[in-house]
Ligand binder design. Structure first.
Ligand code: ADP
Ligand code: MG
Length: 593
């Protein structure tokens, strides 16, 4: 009973902290780190595990000339991956001491790693500025038997913690006046790289330490998060964030930021973060910097690239030149949805050391050198004719689609992936009405728009359909009789082409279920129809019925097919759109109610 109670309480706490979802793959939490590290060493190109509690470089720790090198060691709490283990390898770190999640390594691990790594040229410790890390590295050095020469470099780049004492308005953190000082964050990897490259080049211990200190002192960072990280071992979020707010000045240990602010656009966030960084470093016109855009573990590359572009723009406006840049997920707070921006004053020596090759797998193959940003828009040529009489038929078709894109998306969301309306909006949204000109030219233009602007299956399928209709109607003298004959020819060719393209047959719950009856109906009445409008109206009835029949079908083609039975009960949006080629009110509700 006692155990059950304890379990119950634990689950309850989990649920309140993270809505009850387990958001981490794990076995027994007690083995979490050991199992993860055990996996890591088996794919890491340079690391081996030492039972004393550290990862060491597998190959000899030597300079590029094969002489004993200064060994560069780092370490810290786990949960910041790929830092530090990902940065282990010739030319960067030679040994790494991982602590438990968000917990500094212990002094014994560090002493053992230091003794192991020393080649007689001395050992450099790179330490992030957190009380536990600073203490344990210090105790570790005291534990050495005086035979190993050591130096240490302290990284303290986070300006948020420097600001927090001055800015008391929203702050929950204690005044910083006699606190531990600025935290060490993403600049750590720049220090590690520069020191590792200097050691590999053959610099002595004092010089390696000196260049490391230069980078540490000339770096500043600031971070913001849209969502907290989730601790795999405890199953808890690192802090709670209400809807619409973001944490500005977050650290990498899940500590809350220094202020909670309303979420805003990416460019404003970049401004919010870079402003204090630039001020801290005293940067101005013409200054050269290294820029690091770092994801905190739960931020997509899409977002990081976007933020990077905004940062380039921001720096360009201030005439600050990012001579090298890095964009990626380097120093994390488990899976926090956040970003940190780091600037480091660049000297030619620092740039050279950053550019030097390394075996460390998480260090980028090459650093960015671009300094200008412009959004990469796809430019479309105008593809529709704009001369002649109004084309009432195709104007009405486009009007129906334009007014229904949201409702079509909703249908695709219920039984598909929710992009159909967006795809149609991309193709038709910007068409100016009324359309002017003859059927063939307009259908051709609309086909082109479907091919180049719409994505998804619908772009290819409907583009093909419009193309075939255009071909069928080509050469029409625009008389009702000719238009009917051309459309009839076009529709049967479209059926053929669409079925050939996607393999869907009637009954598969696609637009084919509207297209086939429409083509059959038109073939049947082509000779007897009184007018083009009459032909369209009769064809519409058949297409509408075909579209309605999809409601009871299970999709076997397209994204909806992944849903299996869940696609049942929903009319296929593509089929509705096909029926609107011939008529209808343009109301999705005609098909759903
Ligand atoms: P995706 O399935 O790639 O998300 P869209 O949402 O753009 O594509 O388009 C979905 C529509 O495409 C469906 O409503 C359906 O009518 C049509 N469709 C899907 N697969 C096929 C196919 N194999 N042949 C013809 N039409 C198809
Ligand atoms: Mg879709």
């Amino acid at each position: 009973m006692a155990t059950e109670d304890a379990q119950h309480t634990a689950q309850h706490t989990d649920a309140s902290a993270s809505s009850g979802r387990i958001r981490s793959f794990k076995n027994d939490p007690a083995n979490f780190l050991a199992e993860s590290l055990g996996g890591l060493v088996n794919h890491h190109p340079a690391a081996e595990w030492h039972d004393e509690g550290f990862l060491g470089q597998r190959t000899p720790i030597v300079t590029k000339d094969g002489k004993p090198a200064v060994a560069v060691i780092s370490g810290g709490g786990s949960g910041h991956e790929p830092m530090h283990a990902g940065f282990l390898g010739e030319g960067m770190l030679n040994a790494v001491c991982p602590g438990l999640l968000f917990t500094s390594p212990n002094a014994v691990q560090i002493t053992e790693a230091t003794n192991w790594a020393d080649q007689g040229a001395g050992v450099l410790h790179i330490v992030k500025n957190y009380t536990g890390d600073v203490m344990n590295f210090k105790v570790a050095r005291q534990g050495l038997e005086g035979e190993v020469e050591t130096e240490s470099v302290l990284v303290a780049d986070d300006v948020a913690t420097a600001l927090s004492s001055a800015d008391d308005s929203d702050s929950d953190t204690d005044s910083n006046d006699d606190g531990p000082g600025r935290r060490g964050t993403a600049a750590t990897i720049l220090v590690e790289k520069v020191c590792g490259a200097a050691a590999y080049r053959g610099d002595d211990l004092a010089s390696v330490a000196a260049i490391g200190r230069e980078v540490a002192e000339n770096s500043a960072s600031m971070a913001a998060a849209l969502a907290p990280g989730y601790l795999p071992t405890s199953g808890k979020d690192t802090f709670d964030l209400t809807a619409g707010s973001m944490e500005v000045g977050v650290g990498i240990h899940g500590e809350r930021g220094v202020s909670r602010e309303e979420t805003t656009t990416a460019d404003s966030i970049v401004d919010r973060l870079l402003e204090p960084v630039v001020e801290d470093l005293g940067l101005g016109d013409g200054d050269e910097v290294i820029l690091v855009v770092n994801g905190l573990g739960g931020t997509t590359d899409l977002e990081l690239n976007l933020i990077f572009g905004q940062a380039l723009q921001w720096l360009a406006d201030k005439h600050i030149i990012p001579v090298r840049s890095m964009v990626g997920t380097f120093v994390t707070s488990v899976n926090m949805h956040g970003v940190s921006l780091t600037l480091t004053k660049a000297s030619s020596e620092v740039v050279e050391l950053l550019d030097a090759p390394t075996q460390a797998p998480a260090w980028p193959k090459s650093l960015g050198t671009g300094t200008e940003f412009s959004a990469a828009h796809q430019v479309f040529e105008e593809d529709l004719p704009d001369e002649g009489e109004e084309n009432e038929w195709l104007t009405a078709v486009v009007e129906r689609i334009q007014n229904a894109t949201d409702d079509l998306t909703e249908l695709d969301r219920l039984a598909g992936d929710g992009d159909f309306g967006q795809n149609m909006d991309a193709a038709f949204g910007s068409v100016d009405l009324p359309l002017k000109g003859e059927d063939t030219a307009l259908l051709d233009g609309l086909a082109h728009r479907l091919f180049v602007r719409a994505g998804g299956t619908s772009g290819a399928v409907l583009g093909t359909m419009f193309r075939e209709m255009a071909r069928g109607m080509d050469g029409s003298d625009n008389s009702p009789k000719d238009r009917i004959a051309g459309l009839n020819k076009g529709l049967s060719a479209a059926v053929e082409a669409v079925r050939d393209l996607g393999g869907a047959k009637p009954g598969d719950n696609t637009l084919v279920d509207a297209l086939v009856p429409a083509a059959e109906k038109l073939a049947e009445i082509a000779d007897s129809a009184e007018s083009f409008e009459d032909a369209l109206e009769q064809t519409y009835k058949a297409a509408e019925e075909g579209a309605l029949s999809t409601r009871e079908m299970v999709a076997t083609k397209g994204r909806a097919s992944y849903l299996g039975d869940a696609s049942k009960g929903v009319v296929d949006p593509g089929a509705i759109l096909v029926s609107w080629l011939f008529g209808g009110t343009g109301q999705v509700s005609d098909f759903t109610e």
